[in-house]
Write a protein that binds this ligand. Structure first.
Ligand code: AMP
Ligand code: MG
Length: 497
């Protein structure tokens, strides 16, 4: 007798399909030659209420490779536009992604379940709709690392190898990623309608976002202004978090900015190793538009594009609408400033900001720049200084402090002596703000090379496990904490499109 209960496939409840047809195109993923599982995310499946037995079944493999349509799913590609490197592109859209549908978790939260690399759609233009294995593994690692750092982000539920070859600079094995997001609605989704003069489309999309993401704002006196303010606040806070981890997104085009405030599109992104405010990794960002120090300002530029699209909804009088938008946009600076200050206070163990903190922080960054100090290890070294008991694992010789830093530390210590919190509180605060493990480029690259060149996924699995617990150091994991040696340094990252 078979005592096993049959696996239950996810139940889709796709509200996006209730929107007018010009918002998307129904499109079937294209089957692949030989779907093979690479990994699936059990913890995430559990949070989402997805049956693990299903996720590991052959049916799930076929669904997540695009070979079979899931029960109750009507796959679609979403329409959007966007500013790419400052230039408006009216027709983007999901050119290599299919939304299989929305799922509702046991605690009532709604998420998109999307395949990426699942074949061409009506928005593919000249693209093949596919993704090489490397970028799929990269997105999987980086998004899960960000999630473990508590940064709002899309997540990765599964990766499947297609058994096909994708042609890029050189031929590469193909793969499909299953991406989970609170929604994939972008700033560029609003621009898509706004730039066509389709005010009704903008309103429909704004109403949809309010209902789906910000239901409490519907009762505001001006719900569309409240929507704009909320998106601005989330974006400012998100970018402050990126800055705190040395994360460089690399391609902050408006089509890569989600309304829900989660990080999306891990293409040519990177966590920096040695600190340099002008750092750029993206191979396509030749002017450094999206360099580390520029990210906060670009965030406001992107929010300005959203505000422009929402103008007709803010007030029927266009002068009043512009004034409201300007006020909302100026709040970005306030939100960012406050969020960044919180991030830095946490990193440096301060509970009550003081006027000179900014100067002290700036001095630290100057030392880090001059000595090319590893961003992550330098802050983690400061956690070691604040450690209070034996159970703390110091990073020891993984980082060596130059004399100037030792001098700075004395000033920092004097500042901390004036702070009201206990040493134990400080240690906890700093520990959670200063990971020891980040998704380092050279480690990510090693994992990708092993998978692409030798079909060996073990380095990918090992790195993923480490990145899931970014705060707890153990000497056995030392190699994952180290800054790269000169010959290991990865200077450029690619989008893989
Ligand atoms: P991204 O660089 O991933 O943000 O993509 C920018 C735009 O190019 C989006 O509209 C994508 O859907 C599209 N795109 C990227 N790669 C491909 C591809 N291989 N095939 C078709 N469209 C693509
Ligand atoms: Mg994109």
């Amino acid at each position: 007798m078979n005592t096993q209960t049959p696996a239950t496939s996810p139940q889709f409840d796709t509200t996006f399909a209730s929107l007018p047809e010009r918002f998307y195109s129904y499109a079937q993923p294209i089957s692949v030659a030989n779907a093979t599982p690479i990994t699936h995310n059990q913890e995430l499946a559990q949070e989402l209420g997805i049956d693990l037995q299903w996720l590991t079944s052959d049916e799930a493999l076929q669904v997540l490779a695009g070979n079979q349509t899931a029960m109750g799913s009507a796959p679609m590609a979403q329409a959007y536009a966007g500013h790419q490197f400052g230039t408006f592109n009216p027709t983007l859209g999901d050119g290599r992604a299919h939304l299989l549908g929305e799922i509702v978790t046991p605690n009532g939260e709604r998420f998109d379940l999307q395949l990426k690399g699942s074949g061409p759609t009506p928005y593919s233009r000249r693209g093949d709709g596919r993704s090489p294995l490397g970028p799929v593994l990269r997105e999987y690692l980086l998004s899960e690392a960000m999630s473990a750092l508590n940064v709002p982000t899309t997540r990765s539920l599964a990766a499947v190898a297609t058994g096909e070859t994708v042609m890029r600079q050189s031929p590469a094995p193909g793969a499909v990623l299953t991406r989970i997001a609170p929604s994939h609605i972008r700033v560029g989704s609003f621009e898509f309608f706004s730039r066509q003069g389709d005010d009704a489309g903008v309103k429909t999309l704004a109403d949809y976002c309010l209902k789906r993401h910000f239901p409490t704002l519907i009762a505001s006196p001006n719900p569309y202004l409240a929507l704009l303010n909320e998106v601005i606040e989330r974006q400012a806070k998100l970018i402050a978090q990126w800055q705190g981890f040395g994360f460089i997104h690399g391609v902050m085009n408006t089509d890569n900015v989600l309304i829900c405030g989660a990080t999306v599109d891990y293409g040519p992104c990177a966590f920096m190793d040695d600190y340099d405010g002008d750092k750029v990794f993206s191979s396509i960002d030749r002017q450094g538009r999206y360099r580390y120090n520029q990210q906060p300002g670009i965030g406001q530029w992107n929010m300005t594009r959203l505000a422009e699209a929402l103008l007709p909804l803010l007030d029927s009088d266009s002068d009043k609408a512009i004034a409201l938008a300007q006020e909302a946009l100026s709040s970005y600076v306030t939100h960012y400033g406050a969020a960044y200050q919180r991030v830095m206070s946490n990193k440096l163990g301060m509970s009550k900001p003081q006027p000179d903190d900014q100067k002290l922080t700036q001095q630290l960054f100057t030392i880090m720049t001059e000595h090319k100090l590893d961003f992550t290890l330098c802050f983690r070294y400061l956690v070691d200084q604040a450690a209070i008991d034996e159970s703390h694992q110091s990073i020891e010789d993984a980082f060596s402090a130059p004399d100037e830093l030792l001098v700075w530390q004395k000033k920092w210590q004097l500042r901390l002596d004036k702070d009201p919190q206990t040493k134990a509180q400080r240690y906890e605060q700093m520990k959670l703000a200063n990971p020891v493990f980040i998704a380092r480029n050279h480690q990510v690259e090693l994992a990708i090379r092993a998978a692409e060149d030798q079909g060996d996924y073990q380095p990918f699995y090992n790195l993923l496990e480490v990145l899931k617990v970014p705060y707890n150091y153990h000497s056995a994991l030392k190699k994952f904490a180290l800054t790269p040696m000169a010959q290991e340094v990865v200077t450029h990252t690619f989008c893989g499109t």
